[in-house]
Ligand binder design. Structure first.
Ligand code: SAM
Ligand code: SF4
Length: 476
């Protein structure tokens, strides 16, 4: 008999990939996905710990699940991922009806643990060793992962897939919880990555996004041969069927010349680089222990622009980090103004217990002030994103069609012509009209309008293309 699984995922692309893998393993046990919590035999929350807000949301969701469990005591409720690793037994204390707590390194055990719970074995917890609880080797081994299991149905689209090339992080930025919940930095064998990419290509996948917390620090040694990200990209580039290769997230210090040359010279590699700066003030960067100065970041950006002039560069920023003065914040605004990022993710600093930041520095910027800084920086970035998108009007891009647009989905559009969404090679979102048959294809699209976040276009056909282009060009 089929059993029903409801899974909710918050956080980054790593978590989306983890959920995909958990679903794949549970499908093998006879589970089917449901969007209805009430009818689910198992409810799993795959969680994030990067900011307090994400944790608060998970605990409120758990609060709501109390009634579901009271109503059906056989329902299995599980907390997976980073918050499971961070809070461990605290989750049972705060929500005693939770059956399962599993860290990101033990997700392959989920099917077996659920079986034990269903058989009456009581609550189960599986997490990795703390980063101080053993030798580096023991800790590394305790952060296992289970990448080869894949379930195409859980991907954002069948034509796009994430492939993990590294786990963990050793950078220890003082604000960040990731190194303690995801464990030490470990690169996956290049041959495994290439084999997985080949399998995905065989299943019809056109775009692969390589994932790592600091993806450009990738380095795998087998005998005398060391494979770095640039080498790996060259190997993946040879796979037939794959049209695009992306990689996130980059660490500014590891943006090496050979990697930039690979982006320039390998046509399948997207000229899209997410390289978070976090702050434009040296004083703040030093307290964050980011390992570079703003001058070094600027040099890296200049090198990037010189080598790959059409690259779309994006960034992350944290505002209101401990001790950030107005002058520090204005230095960040200056960096955003001059860097012309395609877009930036801006976060209010959220103190994370257990990090060096929390131990060393008081979280002394009031929330209202963090909000003000967040809005001001967002305003600067959005104006740039808008200008940047406006300058794309009249251009033609090759767009990988992802599926119906959000509007189309909301309105439940059916019929021959629907609104579709897709992305350019440099990760710009494009909305246009087309047919369902075009989903998964790479199509030429001419842009006729733009907002800060979206380009609006027409698919170029042999009959309509040039006229449309002229129409737009002459109306400017
Ligand atoms: N490894 C990536 C890097 O180094 O850029 C990012 C990992 S983190 C999951 C994604 C983003 O969350 C970071 O770039 C940072 O801007 C933000 N972030 C991390 N810790 C944070 C904290 N304590 N408060 C607010 N934002 C945070
Ligand atoms: Fe966190 Fe810094 Fe590692 Fe990114 S590089 S995951 S921000 S510690």
């Amino acid at each position: 008999m089929t059993k029903k699984l409801y899974i909710e995922t918050v956080g980054c692309q790593m978590n989306m990939l983890d959920s995909e893998l958990v679903v794949a393993s549970l499908r093998r046990e006879g589970y089917e996905l449901t969007a209805n919590k009430k009818e689910a035999d198992a409810i799993l929350l795959n969680t994030c710990s990067v900011r307090q807000h994400a944790e608060d949301k998970t605990y409120s969701e758990l609060g709501r699940l109390k009634h579901a469990k009271a109503h059906n005591p056989h329902k299995v409720i599980g907390v997976l991922g980073c918050m499971a690793q961070k809070d461990q037994h605290l989750i049972f204390k705060r929500a005693p009806y939770v059956d399962l707590v599993v860290g990101p390194g033990q997700l392959h055990q989920v099917p077996q643990l659920i079986r034990q719970i269903v058989a009456g074995g009581g609550p189960r917890i599986e997490v990795s060793l703390d980063r101080t609880a053993g030798s580096n080797e023991q800790i590394k081994r305790s952060h296992e992962s289970f990448d080869p299991l894949r379930d195409p149905a859980m991907r954002p689209t069948p034509y796009q897939a994430y492939v993990r090339i590294m786990i963990g992080c050793d950078k220890f930025c003082t604000y960040c919880i990731v190194p303690s919940v995801r464990g030490p930095e470990q690169s996956r064998p290049a041959a495994d990555i290439v084999a997985e990419a080949r399998q995905l290509a065989g299943e019809g996948c056109r775009e692969i996004t390589l994932l790592g917390q600091t993806v450009n620090s990738y380095r795998y040694r087998a005998g005398d041969v060391t494979t770095r990200l640039a080498d790996l990209l060259a190997q993946l580039h040879d796979i037939d069927g794959i049209a695009r290769l992306k990689f996130v997230t980059n660490y500014p210090k590891d943006m090496t010349d050979d990697l930039l040359r690979a982006v320039r010279d390998l046509p399948k590699v997207s000229p899209y680089l997410h390289v978070p700066a976090q702050s434009g003030s040296n004083r703040v960067l030093e307290r964050m222990k980011r390992g570079y100065t703003v001058e070094e970041y600027r040099d890296m950006l200049q090198c990037t622009r010189e080598t790959v002039p059409d690259a779309a560069v994006t960034s992350d920023f944290i505002v209101g980090f401990c001790g950030e003065t107005e002058e520090d914040f204005q230095a960040t605004c200056d960096l955003v103004r001059e860097s012309r990022f395609k877009n930036s993710f801006i976060f209010k600093y959220s103190e994370r217990p257990g990090t060096k930041g929390a131990a060393r520095y008081p979280d002394d910027i009031p929330d209202d002030e963090k909000k003000r800084r967040n809005n001001e920086l967002l305003g600067i970035q959005n104006a740039i994103s808008h200008e940047d998108n406006q300058s794309q009007i009249g251009r033609q891009f090759e767009v990988l069609v992802e599926g119906p647009s959000k509007t189309s989905q909301k309105q439940g559009e059916t019929g021959t012509v629907i609104q579709l969404t897709g992305r350019t090679h440099c990760d710009r979102i494009v909305v246009f009209e087309g047919t369902e048959r075009q989903i998964g294809q790479l199509l030429p699209v001419t842009i006729y309008d733009a907002s800060a976040f979206t380009l609006f276009g027409h698919v170029v056909t042999h009959e309509a293309g040039p006229e449309l282009y002229e129409l737009v060009a002459s109306s400017k």
